[in-house]
Design a protein around this ligand. Structure first.
Ligand SMILES: [Zn+2]
Length: 243
């Protein structure tokens, strides 16, 4: 009885010590596992449009699998404070369910993100993308629409919010007119809406190339790639359309 007591007395502190050591080791390991690397000028120069697109696809796969990279964001903040060398420019809708950096598992300094409801282009957006590609060296431009886009629906419904919103929603009209073959051409028809979303992405890329000789020139020289993408709200999966 007495002996048992002693051994229990010894075992308990020993166990506690063992557990605290193990916890400490796990903590250290998880700290070490945080990714603090960022894209440097040298790394950016070594990237090709193909490797960048592959990295975006892999990042989205991690997002879909709930396996995002654990980042040391403060290390990345410090590492990028004096310069940025992003690999891609992503034009997205403002929809809160499309968290762009997460969607591609990217960190600080990795991608430029231009956002406007309906992911269309205007001079401000084009100038921003031109800066990303021609000045900051990004080699992939992604135009990403998403399932059940509210801006596309509002444009289909000819919603009347304000003069500002009219200008914005009018940019989606060419895509609505281009999509044919639907009896129900209202926002209640999900198939029609998604067809317009995808057509809007294609037509936005076409317009980008007409309105921006800078981007057209980079594309013709093979220095950049421009791809369309569609984000599925149910799964988080991005489907790329490579032209
Ligand atoms: Zn949207």
């Amino acid at each position: 009885m007495f002996k048992n007591h002693i051994s229990k007395l010894l075992v308990v502190p020993f166990l506690a010590l063992f557990i605290s050591c193990t916890q400490k080791n796990t903590d250290t390991q998880s700290t070490k596992a945080l990714m603090g690397e960022t894209i440097t000028a040298e790394k950016q120069a070594a990237l090709t449009p193909q490797t960048i697109l592959a990295s975006l696809k892999e990042g989205n796969e991690r997002y879909v699998n709930n396996d995002l990279t654990a980042r040391d964001l403060q290390a990345q903040v410090k590492a990028t404070a004096t310069g940025q060398y992003p690999e891609a420019v992503i034009l997205s809708c403002i929809d809160s369910r499309v968290p762009v950096e997460h969607v591609f598992d990217k960190g600080v300094g990795d991608v430029f993100v231009a956002r406007v409801a309906g992911n269309t282009v205007n001079p401000d957006i084009l100038g921003s993308i031109e800066y990303g590609a021609a000045v900051a060296g990004s080699k992939v431009i992604v135009v990403m629409g998403h399932e059940a886009c509210g801006a596309v629906k509002a444009s289909i419904d000819e919603a009347d919010l304000s003069d500002n919103a009219d200008v914005l929603l009018d940019r989606v009209n060419p895509a609505i007119e281009a999509v044919q073959g639907y009896d129900d051409r209202t926002s209640a028809n999900g198939a029609f809406v998604d067809d317009v979303v995808k057509t809007n992405v294609d037509m936005t890329i076409d317009e980008m190339l007409v309105e921006s000789p800078v981007l057209k020139g980079l594309l013709d020289k093979g220095e950049i790639m421009i791809v369309g993408a569609y984000y599925d709200l149910d799964t988080g999966k991005v489907t790329f359309v490579e032209n």
